[in-house]
Design a protein around this ligand. Structure first.
Ligand SMILES: [Zn+2]
Ligand SMILES: [Zn+2]
Length: 236
């Protein structure tokens, strides 16, 4: 087992460095994960370009990355359902378990939530763009070993899309329009199809993502870069 990790660490705007740091002994109640794959979120790019995302300002070196999959290499303590060698998708949020939201079973809205690779709290919670990193067992969602790490790393953004589709109610056989053909929009399109929606239209202001939407199965794409006449006609 290696005693060092190497991590993509942000020091300031456009100052991302691969930094090696020593790994201490794994703390009780934690699991250690070897990096498999990581997705680059829009927020990672904001951090990289400006050393901030909205109100979250990087005030000390921050390892980016919160769409991560990997393999469990060490466990210290109880980790129900998890074993060394398991492949996991990592839930980037760590909730407190005792605030009002946590108690009512909505840990995603935890008032004291920490989020991997985010400057929302100081000290910042380090992210997963690291050769090895630690998490709590509850953050680890086991995936079959035949699922590619790249696919498992999409679990976090896919969760956003599944939630969006769930919020939309019953969309079976209903026509759907999605605004934005970035990764979240496209995953939402796939999630809507999974729910058996009717015709699906994707609107965006850029040609390349719209072409990709068509490739992934959009029935119609609308390019809004030249105005919304086509969209208005659709609504009529
Ligand atoms: Zn993200
Ligand atoms: Zn909480």
């Amino acid at each position: 087992m290696t005693d060092h990790a190497i991590a993509a660490t942000l020091f300031g705007p456009q100052d991302l460095r691969m930094i090696e740091h020593p790994l201490g002994p794994l703390a009780p109640g934690m699991v250690r994960i070897r990096f498999g794959a990581g997705g680059i979120c829009g927020s990672d790019l904001h951090y990289f370009r400006h050393a901030r995302t909205g109100d979250f300002i990087v005030t000390s070196p921050l390892i980016l990355g919160h769409e991560i999959s990997g393999e469990i290499v060490e466990i210290n303590g109880a980790a129900p359902g998890l074993s060394v060698g398991d492949h996991v998708a990592v839930n980037p949020s760590r909730w407190c378990g005792h605030c009002a939201r946590c108690v009512e079973g909505r840990a995603n809205l935890c008032e004291n939530i920490y989020f991997m690779g985010s400057a929302s709290k100081t000290p910042h919670m380090q992210g997963g763009f690291a050769s090895v990193f630690d998490a709590i067992p509850a953050q680890c969602v086991k995936v079959p070993s035949h699922v590619a790490y790249q696919a498992a790393a999409l679990a976090e953004p896919l969760a956003v899309s599944l939630h969006a589709v769930a919020r939309a109610g019953d969309i079976a056989d209903r026509n759907v329009i999605l605004f934005g053909a970035g990764p979240i929009g496209l995953l939402t399109m796939l999630a809507a199809k999974l729910e058996g929606c009717g015709e699906i239209t994707v609107a965006d202001i850029a040609e390349a993502p719209l072409a990709f939407a068509s490739k992934l199965g959009a029935d119609r794409t609308v390019d809004l870069s030249g105005g919304d006449a086509e969209l208005k006609a659709l609504g009529a």
